[in-house]
Design a protein around this ligand. Structure first.
Ligand code: TRP
Length: 338
């Protein structure tokens, strides 16, 4: 994902890499707003990358589930959001996280003195004018909405988690996430020095394109734009065959003559995200662009790889239980010493 430029931007990553080199502590923080049904492939990208980072660095990981955020923004009752969140947490666990190294919490459940103190501190230093300028809040928005960004900011600070970091104050964090979360963390980076805390570092991904084309993103609200974690191999095959936008030509003759356009082709974009072998990807591009490979053949490659990625996740998802969700949320020390 790094080589392919899918994680394409960062803030202060060098500082974290210096810490890693010197074997000094830092932690990873990411999150998810509960969304109904199964997570789709686009949601899972930052988590797959986060899993890789955690394996590479062997540091604690904190995952915030913002049931409060979705309560404020969507028309869903809190108890229903709790259920939805549990399903999403199981999907996240299926990416392969280790409960001894990972804390996954819902905001409405974890809210505790240490966490709340940091929320208060952020509230105090960010003005309504700043919040409006950053997030575009208007007078008609509920006051909860303008209060929320501090709740996404607070987990950047180690003191929100005394059960993990004890009384250590300045353990910095690295946040892998999609680029749309940047406003929250620009706000946090601005507030941090005023609270005498470390600024969070960030590494940002682009969005997985929807089946309909490279210029769009997967959105759970449109069943046909997404591959879901619980799609069957057949559904994956049918969705890609039927909906995946093709950069190929209208007829086989034209395609042989002119070749296809990989940059707008959804199947190629899926391969770009999930085909690990650089040489194989380059060969597919060359064959498609020269007209040697037809759209149907390219789709077949994409189907195989997406079925494999989803199949692996599903195999792990089957083993995840309600007790696992409880265990990941348990307020306990993680397997690290600081
Ligand atoms: N706001 C994010 C969403 O809607 C959820 C979230 C909370 C998050 N904390 C985060 C995402 C930290 C990335 C990093 O999904």
């Amino acid at each position: 994902m790094l080589r392919r430029g899918l994680f394409f931007a960062h803030r202060d990553l060098a500082r974290i890499l210096d810490l890693a080199e010197k074997k000094k502590p830092f932690f990873l923080y990411t999150g998810r707003g509960p969304s109904s049904g199964s997570l789709h492939l686009g949601h899972l990208i930052p988590f797959m990358f986060t899993k890789w980072l955690q394996d590479a660095f062997d540091v604690p990981l904190i995952v915030q589930i913002t049931d409060d955020e979705k309560f404020l923004w969507r028309d869903i009752p809190l108890d229903k959001l709790g259920e939805i969140a549990n399903g999403n947490i199981k999907d996240i666990i299926s990416v392969g996280f280790d409960p001894r190294k990972t804390f996954i919490f819902k905001n409405t459940e974890y809210m505790c003195p240490a966490f709340y103190n940091n929320i208060l501190k952020v509230w105090k230093v960010v003005t309504i004018n700043q919040a409006r300028a950053i997030f575009g809040f208007v007078g008609e928005d509920s006051m909860g909405k303008s209060a929320f960004p501090a709740i996404e900011a607070a987990p950047c600070f180690a003191t929100s988690f005394p059960h993990i970091f004890g009384n250590k104050k300045n353990i910095p964090c690295l946040i892998p996430c999609a680029i749309d979360q940047d406003p929250y963390f620009r706000m946090t980076r601005d507030a941090a020095p005023r609270l005498k805390y470390e600024k969070p570092a960030l590494i940002y991904s682009t969005f997985l394109p929807a089946l309909q084309g490279a210029q769009s993103k997967m959105a759970g609200s449109d069943q046909n734009s997404c591959i879901f974690l619980n799609d069957t191999p057949n559904q994956i095959k049918n969705k890609i065959n039927k909906y995946a936008f093709s950069g190929g030509q209208a007829t086989t003759e034209e395609h042989r003559r002119l070749g296809g356009n990989c940059d707008v082709d959804s199947s190629f974009q899926f391969l770009r995200f999930f085909e690990e072998d650089d040489d194989k990807l380059a060969e597919i591009r060359q064959r498609y662009e020269s007209g040697d490979m037809l759209s149907g053949e390219l789709k077949k490659e994409a189907i195989t790889i997406v079925q494999r990625v989803i199949g692996d996740l599903q195999a792990r998802r089957k083993t995840v239980t309600d007790a696992d969700v409880v265990e990941f949320a348990r307020v306990k020390p993680l397997d690290f010493t600081f």
